[in-house]
Design a protein around this ligand. Sequence first.
Ligand code: ZN
Length: 256
Amino acid sequence: MKEKKIDAVEVWKELDALAPRLGLTVIDRAVYLHLLRRTHVEGKRRLRFSILGIAPQLGLSGHPVREAVRRLMDKGALRLIERSNIGHLVEVRLPREVRAPRARRAEDGGAKLRPGTNLDEVDFLRTRDLRQAIHAREGGLCFYCLRQTPARSHCLDHVVPAVEGGRNSYRNLVSCCMDCNGQKRAQAAADFLRRLYREGRLSQEDLSGRLRALEELAAGKLRPRVLSEEDGGSGRSEKRCPSAQILPPLRNVLKA
Ligand SMILES: [Zn+2]
């Protein structure tokens, strides 16, 4: 994913404004600048790194670097795409892309459920807020091809197609780009990922990561962020993907 190179002076100024807003420590700033240098300054957004690999370059031990990476993720400056035994794969956001903490909280609290609701039984196509919770889980990237997918062109895809009995559960819905939604159709998700790899749209590493994510999704490990409160579905209309339109209407009713 090749990105336009940034104006480092502008980014430095933006960081000066961002750091106090997010309450970044000196170590947070050092880690963030190091990661910015290795991504946006080199025309990339994503980087795979290990904590123990970057700590010596910053003259620090692993613990404070690990804590800084965690804080930067919590505050939205880094987005974790994958964590494995070879390190973290993250998307590094530019200071201007990091949302204000208050705005983030308001947006994060969008999907609300009644107390005691079993997440496994929730129809995530039922309300706009629940659908947004799936998009938010993927953090703006297509689940399949990992491309940055703007909100105006993302859609929800059934990993197991609805016509084959795939449910509207968070274990079976992913946020993806229109291209992948259109090309995957009824193909098994793992086969579709291998096709993306053969077409050079995923690296070998990405493919392994995506196949693992697919297993984690089915195992219920990729839970979207929802609040256990009175349901706050807005019912506003929005663009639906073809795969979302073929759902039987009965599935859109939550048995609360
Ligand atoms: Zn895609």
